[in-house]
Design a binder for this molecule. Structure first.
Ligand code: C2E
Ligand code: CA
Ligand code: CA
Length: 747
């Protein structure tokens, strides 16, 4: 079926060949055919000529009609084979053939005979005439009128069918619930209806109107075509073309069609208050002529339905994918973005950031304003990383940023961008809040890594930054994961059933350098797995430190060590017990009570205890540490610096601290035979310690030579594998009985 006539006439003018209007003449009188032919010869309508088809009987007409779908007009003689052959043919055309397009004009040769009106109505007949009456002019007029009708009916029908098809497409997209895609298809469909490319905009509210919120801010271009293509995603308010913006705004605000000389905005109003507008850059009159108001109305109501449904689905989707506090993506959204990028085998970089001391900010300004801080933080991150593939809020003050990775990406540049972004404080009401972000970074260079893995890596790196507190960022390294695993193991050891059976203590003797009698035992923690394996003490203690579990473990250690030590037989009461204190332990106020209770329970005097602390403890010269150490010494315990020489050794501070002695770090003792520098350091340490009246212990003495050197240097105490490895408590009795005389003193 040709539909050329639906195309704009200016396009038609360029057509070489125009398909003719097919006109079927049905009459059993051959003369009528001739007369009709002569009458319409040379006629055309809208630049298309007439083409006559001839049937001499109703039967022949049926055959022709069945063959040609595009007969515009049929002139049908009422009386042919019988009195009602013409009417039967009409009935057949409409009912059986199902042809509702062809216009029918009944002709009768008998004056006075007219088909009943109900026939005209029922079979949609366009007219009837007595053959004698049909002058050439009248005939042509009747045909042209019928052709107009044909054109109208056909366009209505074509559009209806097209509408049906388009609506099916729209609902398929609604199913996929992508508003942007839906909007794009609406524009495409509209241009199909108009049968020419259109300059179109589909604007809609980005989200459901908040209760109480009025005005139309928030409308955004959901789809754009033709001259407006570059407007996609823009907020309506920033569209440069005043006339267009006004047209759309008015339409959305008043929810009615708004027309200007350039174009028209058609309202999209849904039952749930979501509103939008379809702007077509075409004057309303042209639009009506092309598509017709009826079809436009139908189309728009379908679009509104689809819009409502997609909007709703998207709204629900947004609940899952848009973080309500910050407007950034949620973790789920982030994971999806990651997966689609990873599927494309792109090198990716994940940043896991948090805000330093956010807890204090919340305490200071309250939860509600803290929300505003988070929102602004998110905004700054989006501004800083317009190239981000996703930015999400993970939880609390934690954000995730997905960036393109690869060799060209320089981590320091990224870190600098973040630092720069937060140079300026954030203004919340009258408060100016300076934020510092920390971040853990993980690379996903190989394909196939899951989002969860990479995010976990970035989180481990962030944790590393948090715990060390030395830098504002760290890049994930597998060793970090090991540490994290250890923390986990430790936590499960501690919280699992019969956990304490998994902890035990070893005791390593410290000898008097002068006579090699026992001066003390150092209690050292041991960690066992359920399967009986031992875990690295240094790393487990580190893990306990960073996780805070050290406080709990320390309390257990004091009780057990004091208990076991006080149960040892055959020791002079001048033999002491050394215990290690880590920085975090010292910071907890409950340590006073933990130590006091443990000592009381074991019936152990403080004068039997030596506490080993590390240099790091004194860096900040903080009052909490000094108070504890002073308290311990006042109660009769001794305090020594462990691993001396490895840290922040400035001898000058030694003078000011509440100390009794130092333990020279193993590394110096180990190297002193080969390395003159190490020996020189040991010498000077000893000289200073002596000057300050501090006792000196050498740890890590493994050989007789090392022992000899330290003895010559007048070191007070010696400890190391040369004398004994750390011993389980069950071995202590035999060690003690084999030792050279009872220990006498320690410092
Ligand atoms: P540390 O206080 O410096 O303990 C000495 C470490 O050196 C012990 O390792 C010990 O086994 C090892 N060692 C002793 N003599 C020698 C030697 O001659 N050669 C060599 N190569 N190593 C020797 P361990 O038991 O693995 O303990 C590691 C660290 O864990 C300790 O270092 C200490 O800082 C910490 N730690 C152990 N137990 C506790 C505890 O109950 N509380 C706290 N806060 N820290 C503890
Ligand atoms: Ca120690
Ligand atoms: Ca040590």
């Amino acid at each position: 079926m040709s539909m050329d006539f639906l195309a704009p006439s200016r396009m038609q003018a360029h057509r070489e060949e125009r398909s003719p209007w097919k006109i079927l003449v049905v009459d059993d009188d051959p003369d009528v055919h001739d007369v009709t032919r002569i009458a319409v010869d040379g006629c055309d309508f809208e630049d298309r000529p007439f083409q006559l088809l001839h049937a001499l009987s109703a039967q022949e007409a049926r055959e022709i009609l069945a063959e040609h779908e595009d007969i515009a007009v049929a002139l049908i003689d009422v009386v042919m084979e019988n009195d009602t052959a013409g009417l039967a043919l009409v009935s057949w055309i409409r009912s059986e053939l199902g042809n509702t397009f062809t216009r029918l004009i009944l002709r009768t040769g008998q004056p006075g005979y007219a088909p009943q009106t109900d026939v005209i109505m029922k079979f949609d007949v366009d007219g009837y005439a007595e053959k004698a009456e049909l002058s050439r002019t009248k005939l042509i007029t009747a045909i042209v009128t019928a052709l107009r009708g044909y054109k109208l009916v056909l366009s209505l029908e074509t559009n209806r069918q097209r509408l049906k098809k388009l609506n099916a497409q729209l609902s398929a997209i609604v199913e996929k619930n992508a508003l942007g895609e839906f909007a794009t298809v609406v524009l495409q469909n509209f241009s199909e209806l108009a049968e020419e490319p259109i300059d179109g905009l589909l604007c809609g509210l980005e989200s459901f109107p908040q209760p109480g919120a009025v005005g139309m801010s928030g409308a955004r271009v959901l789809a754009a075509s033709g001259a407006f293509e570059d407007k996609l995603d823009l907020p309506l308010d920033v569209i440069g073309e005043d006339l267009v913006r006004k047209c759309v705004s008015e339409c959305i605000a008043n929810r009615t069609e708004y027309s200007t000389s350039r174009g028209v905005a058609l309202p999209l109003v849904t039952r749930n208050g979501l509103s939008g507008a379809l702007y077509i850059g075409m004057p309303l009159a042209v639009l009506h002529e092309k598509i017709g108001p009826e079809i436009i109305r139908l189309f728009m109501s379908n679009v509104a339905l689809g819009y409502e449904k997609t909007g709703l689905l998207e709204h629900i989707r947004n609940l899952a994918y848009v973080d309500r506090t910050t407007g950034q993506s949620t973790f789920s959204g982030f994971v999806e973005a990651f997966q689609s990028q990873a599927a494309a085998e792109r090198a990716l970089l994940v940043l896991h950031c948090d805000i330093q001391r956010f807890r204090f900010i919340v305490d200071g300004i309250g939860d509600e304003k803290a929300g505003a801080v988070l929102k602004q933080t998110g905004n700054r991150l989006s501004q800083t990383f317009p190239d981000a593939l996703a930015i999400a809020r993970k939880e609390k003050d934690e954000f995730l940023i997905l960036l393109k990775g690869g060799a060209s990406v320089r981590i320091p540049d990224i870190v600098t961008r973040i630092e720069d972004a937060f140079q300026e404080p954030i203004a919340i009401d009258e408060n100016q809040i300076s934020l510092k972000l920390r971040c853990g970074i993980a690379k996903a260079d190989e394909a196939g890594r899951s989002a969860e893995d990479i995010v976990r890596h970035a989180s481990i790196a962030l944790n590393d930054v948090r715990q060390k507190g030395l830098t504002n960022h760290a890049v994930f390294h597998p060793l970090m994961q090991e540490a994290a695993l250890e923390r986990l193991r430790l936590a499960s050891l501690l919280t699992g059933k019969g956990a304490q059976a998994e902890f035990s203590l070893n005791y390593q003797p410290i000898m008097q350098a002068s006579d090699q009698s026992i001066a003390s035992f150092e209690a050292l923690m041991r960690f066992r797995t359920a399967s009986g394996g031992t875990l690295n003490t240094t790393r487990m203690i580190e893990a306990a430190e960073t996780s805070g579990l050290i406080i709990e473990i320390g309390a257990w250690m004091f009780r057990s060590a004091f208990e076991e030590f006080s149960g040892l037989r055959g020791l002079s009461n001048r033999v002491r017990l050394n215990v290690n204190l880590s920085p975090r332990q010292v910071q907890a106020s409950r340590i006073y009570k933990d130590i006091e209770d443990a000592a009381a329970a074991a019936g152990l005097g403080f004068d039997r205890l030596v506490f080993e602390v590390t240099e790091g403890l004194f860096v900040n010269n903080d009052q909490v540490t000094l108070s504890l150490l002073t308290w311990l010494r006042n109660k009769g315990a001794k305090v020594v610096i462990d691993d001396f020489g490895t840290g922040y050794s400035s001898f000058s501070y030694l003078r000011k601290l509440p100390l009794d002695g130092i333990k020279i770090d193993r590394s110096f003792i180990m190297n002193m035979e080969q390395d003159p520098d190490a020996l020189a350091v040991v010498r000077s340490i000893i000289a200073v310690a002596k000057a300050l009246d501090l006792s000196i212990t050498a740890e890590g003495v493994e050989t007789a030579d090392q022992r000899k050197i330290m003895q010559e240097l007048q070191c007070d105490f010696l400890q190391g594998y040369f004398f004994a490895k750390p011993l389980p408590s069950s071995d202590l009795d035999s060690f003690i009985s084999g030792a050279k005389g009872p220990g006498l003193a320690t410092g």
